[in-house]
Design a binder for this molecule. Structure first.
Ligand SMILES: [Zn+2]
Length: 329
C-alpha cells in the first residue's frame, strides 16, 4: 500500500487517495475531504446503512422464505459479509423540443364487395417534448459487477431518505460507517454527462417507437438539484457445496437486489431485481452495447462504462412500466 500524504481536515486521520480521487470521505469521522476537481462538499448526501447483523438477518430471512434455498438451508454457510458506500451523481434535467418521425402502419379498408385490402403506409408525426428527467449515475470510473444496477433500480423505487454528510457528527457516523468508495467524477463532468444522457433517453424513446427519426431537435437544460449520493450496498458471500455464491443487498433497507445462486443463476438474478431486466439504464455518452434497444444495461454489467438510470418520467411509456412507474429520484 502506498504512503498517503493526505490527512482528514477534521480529525487528521490519514486518507487513502488515488490519482482519480476527488472526494475522500474520512473512514474515521465521516468528513468529506475535498481532494481535487470541481465538487461542493455541501452537496454530498448519504443514505445511512443498516449494520452487518441486520444484513445477515435479511440473508437468513430470505433463505427461509425461498422455496429452493430453504431446502438446502443446513448446507449454506456465510463466509463473508462486505459493505460499502458507493458514490453516485443525481440530478434533474429539463428536456424540451420537437421530434418528427415516420412510422409504418398497416392501413385496411373494405370495398363494396366486402373484401378487405391492407397495405403499409408511412405516417409522419410531430411531437413536442417538455419534461424533467431525474438521472442517477455512478461517480466512479469502474463499476463492480453484480447488483450495482439493481441497487440503483431499487433506489429509485424505494426513495430512501437522504442526509447531508456535513450534518453527520462523529457519533452518528460511528453507527453507520462503512468503507466509502472514492468519487472519481467531478460535478462538471457529471453535469455534462447528464445533459448528454437526457437527450439520449429521449432519442432512444423515439427510436423505439418509430421507423425513422426525421428531425430531432431536443435541448437539455443545465442540470438542477445536482448532488452526490452515497448509497450503501452489501454483499453476502455464502458457501454451498464447493462453490461460493453471493447475494447483494441494498444497505438502507436490507432488500436483496441481486444474487447468484446454486440453482438457476440467470433466472434468479432477474427475478430479484423486481422488474426483471428492466431497461432502466442508459450508458454515459451513448455507449449502448446492449440487449435492450433502449438503454445500455450491459455496459454497466460489464463494468466497461458508467451507467445512468432515468427515473420517473424518463421511463413513462417504456417497457419498464409493467412494475408500476419508478419513483423520480
Ligand atoms: Zn476524519
Amino acid at each position: 500500500m502506498e504512503e498517503s500524504t493526505f490527512r482528514c481536515e477534521r480529525c487528521g486521520a490519514p486518507l487513502e487517495v488515488s490519482p482519480e480521487t476527488i472526494i475522500a470521505v474520512c473512514p474515521y469521522c465521516g468528513f468529506p475531504n475535498h481532494i481535487s476537481g470541481n465538487i461542493k462538499t455541501e452537496n454530498i448526501h448519504i443514505i445511512p446503512s443498516l449494520d452487518k447483523n441486520a444484513i445477515a438477518q435479511s440473508f437468513w430471512k430470505r433463505v427461509e422464505k425461498d422455496f429452493d434455498l430453504r431446502r438446502i438451508k443446513d448446507d449454506i454457510e456465510i463466509v463473508d459479509i462486505e459493505g460499502h458506500y458507493a458514490p453516485y451523481w443525481a440530478g434533474k434535467v429539463h428536456v424540451e423540443g420537437t421530434v418528427k418521425y415516420m412510422k409504418r402502419e398497416e392501413e385496411c379498408h373494405t370495398d363494396s364487395k366486402g373484401n378487405t385490402h391492407c397495405h403499409t403506409v408511412e405516417r409522419h408525426y410531430t411531437e413536442g417534448v417538455n419534461e424533467n428527467l431525474s438521472l442517477l449515475g455512478s461517480a466512479r470510473r469502474q463499476i463492480k459487477s453484480l447488483g450495482v444496477e439493481d441497487t440503483i433500480k431499487h433506489f429509485s423505487k424505494s426513495r430512501p431518505e437522504e442526509t447531508k454528510l456535513l450534518n453527520l457528527d462523529e457519533e452518528r457516523w460511528g453507527k453507520i460507517k462503512l468503507e466509502i468508495l472514492n468519487t472519481e467524477m467531478d460535478e462538471l463532468h457529471a453535469k455534462l454527462m447528464m445533459r448528454e444522457d437526457a437527450v439520449d433517453v429521449i432519442r432512444n424513446r423515439f427510436l423505439a417507437k418509430s421507423d425513422r427519426i426525421e428531425r430531432f431537435d431536443i435541448h437539455a437544460s443545465e442540470p438542477e438539484d445536482v448532488r452526490l449520493l452515497l448509497l450503501p450496498m452489501w454483499v453476502v458471500y455464502y458457501k454451498y457445496g464447493n462453490s461460493i455464491f453471493q447475494t447483494v443487498f441494498a444497505g438502507w433497507d436490507g432488500k436483496a437486489v441481486a444474487s447468484t445462486e446454486p440453482m438457476n443463476l440467470f433466472r434468479r438474478a432477474e427475478y430479484l431485481a423486481g422488474t426483471g431486466v428492466g431497461a432502466l439504464i442508459a450508458a454515459f455518452g451513448g455507449a449502448f452495447i446492449s440487449v435492450s434497444p433502449i438503454f445500455g444495461i450491459l455496459a454497466m454489467v460489464g463494468g466497461a462504462a458508467l451507467g445512468w438510470v432515468a427515473g420517473g418520467k424518463a421511463l413513462k411509456g417504456q417497457r419498464v412500466e409493467r412494475e408500476g412507474s419508478l419513483g423520480v429520484i
